[in-house]
Design a protein around this ligand. Structure first.
Ligand SMILES: C[S@@+](CC[C@H](N)C(=O)[O-])C[C@H]1O[C@@H](n2cnc3c(N)ncnc32)[C@H](O)[C@@H]1O
Length: 228
């Protein structure tokens, strides 16, 4: 039994009402079989989901509507991106983006990324983990739902290859500071920068980013590397 399960798998999301556009629904139905992978309860090499099995695999936790995923994947075709999202309309939307742009380096798991990380991803199999605007859970009693919490950062570190990276971006300052503390205390990770990271030029802005900026919340970036 893994270490965070003793807290009885606290979910990092709440089920939102599923309002799918007709286009998202059709994309989901038509393209699920081509690009989606079912979660398994035993480890599977994530490279095996992709056409280019020699390419590194980056896991994205909670891709939302998949805007950044599709942009980054189109810009770096020799990297495989495995996006995990629980929100069905977002899965439908990313499926249509994959199809429209003919991307062969994106696969999706429509499920809970924590379970995927725990059960399905082998140790040292990921070149990177992207965590863009994770739900901040601002109330203190909800902090336990945050993805960046000690047992999970230890798990993420184990799933990264040596020198693999964990890249988190948030507009929630208090979460960013708490995450930095948790990541600094994660033995297998080291901060690639001194404090917050400079914006990585290859990361496109997302709707959540614009929302944060409109509310005068600066964007904070954290970039950690697996040390050995
Ligand atoms: C605030 S949104 C950010 C979406 C996107 N990354 C962006 O920047 O636009 C957070 C997303 O994480 C997803 N999420 C939260 N916990 C998750 C989990 N355990 N597994 C998969 N997705 C999750 C939510 O459904 C939501 O779409």
């Amino acid at each position: 039994m893994s270490e965070y399960r003793d807290r009885d798998h606290i979910k990092s999301y709440v089920k939102r009402a599923t309002r799918m556009s007709e286009h998202q629904r059709q994309s989901y139905e038509r393209l699920y079989g081509a690009y989606c992978i079912e979660r398994t309860s035993s480890p599977v090499d994530p490279a095996s989901f992709f056409e280019h099995q020699q390419s590194p695999v980056v896991l994205e936790i909670g891709f939302g509507m998949g805007h950044a995923t599709a942009e980054v994947a189109a810009a770096t075709p020799r990297v495989n991106y495995l996006g995990v999202e629980v929100y069905k309309p977002g899965v439908g939307k990313l499926l249509s983006r994959i199809d429209d742009r003919g991307l062969d380096n994106v696969r999706i798991i429509h499920d809970d990324a924590i379970l995927v990380l725990e059960q399905m991803i082998p140790d040292e199999s990921l070149a990177g983990i992207h965590l863009f605007f994770p739900d901040p859970w601002p109330k203190k009693r909800h902090h336990k739902r945050r993805i960046v919490r000690p047992a999970l950062t230890r798990l993420m570190a184990r799933r990264l290859e040596p020198n693999g990276y964990l890249y988190m971006v948030t507009d929630w300052r208090e979460y960013a500071l708490a995450a930095m503390e948790v990541l600094d205390a994660t033995e297998a990770l080291r901060n690639r920068y001194d404090g917050f990271a400079p914006p990585q030029p290859w990361r496109p802005p997302t709707a959540f980013e614009r929302k944060g900026l409109r509310a005068d919340r600066p964007i904070l970036e954290l970039y950690y590397v697996r040390s050995g």
